[in-house]
Design a protein around this ligand. Sequence first.
Ligand SMILES: [Zn+2]
Length: 474
Amino acid sequence: MLRRQMAEPVHEHNDGHADLLVVGGDVVTMNARREVLAGGTVAIAGNRILAVGRTSELRARHPGAAVLDATGTVVTPGLVNGHQHLTGDPLARSCIPDLLPPGASIFEWSVPLHAAHTEHDDDVSASLSALESLRYGVTTVVEAGTVAHPHRVAAAMARVGVRGTIGTWGWDIEQGPYAAPCDEVLDRQREVVEAHPPGGLVEGWVTLVGHDLASDELLAGAADLARELGTGMTMHISPTSSDPERYLARSGRRPLVHLRELGVLGPHLVLAHAVWLDDEEIAALLDTGTAVAYCPWAYMRLGQGVARMGRHAEIVERGGRVSLGCDASNAGDLADILRAAALAAALARDVRIDPERFGADTAFELATVAGAQAVGMGDRIGSIEPGKLADIVVHDTRNVTWTPRGDHALHLVWGTDGRTVRDVIVDGRIVLRDGHSTCIDEPSLFEAAAEAQASLLARAGISVPHRWPVVPAD
Ligand SMILES: [Zn+2]
């Protein structure tokens, strides 16, 4: 297949001039034929991929283009993270105890932290998350819901150079930071989406907390708003048995059945988690084209029952839309989608005791082309093909992790994680080079984060309990 591909003419989007050539890597295209171009080149014009093909031909055709030498590397599409909290947790990374009863990490820790976040905290926190994402080759991030300052978060994402969505955390419960009556919540959602129109580097999405923290009126109104504005919607549902229990008590129906009755489900919606589903809920998900963001590390880390209850591999096998996610810095921790891809494949096999199920190639699809489709951006990102946006990752192979080299799919999913990412291009721009940001000063950001953490924890009234005694020794 490789030889046949290389003998074919260069695939080119139009007759334009390339601004940048990524030269000489093994290009894992994730195109319809899943071709890998050995020692190939990607030509980029503006923010789009102009051509993908033979190095000699593209170099000759575009002599004036800048060159990113990718000789000997593996070049992949930018990875997609379908659910990531950019604020709240990043400044409290590894601070929330890991042995807590269900819900305590959210309501005793995350909620007070969110309530105490300043605009500056949101900016620093989102900058850290965006940088971490790029560091692991993630170029598109669906933001799981900022509480107070979405515009600062959007600005931070754009400054660091990551693509993604932004939302403000909507809920109309009685108490909680920035909880408000339904109309007010919807007005705020509209304002965020209109400020960051669909199709931009950072686009506004209708973003509810979800769970059991919204009235039927808000759930239905949010879905209507997303449809009206032509944008996406995301919310949390059923990572544990708690949401099914509460929905059954409140409506007599399980969550996805209830959401279907309200008209909330549909292609515009990405449900985070959807771990505890029954057969009827899976049918509702598939029938309506609703997508899921699957964050396996979070469920395992929090002991939520994914190995027993999760059916995400089945959803994929039945044609459902699934992306991977890393959730939060204290639930899934590293924003490393390759690590999540490996776990997704491993779980799919182990729960069925079936070593022939769900290969590395399928897992890598969830991280790229299928994940892009799940978050509604399949026409723009997820593969290296002419006409798509130029979101590209260069994986360094001159290290022990990649030596000696094996099959591309197996090596990407099982043989490595995001830590060998060397360069990242988003929207045609090199935003990470040799593992470091080209857009921001990393040491200044790290200093600002340490300062912001101390002040945030003090304002939230949280002192971090240490598992081991820390003894002054100076
Ligand atoms: Zn979440």
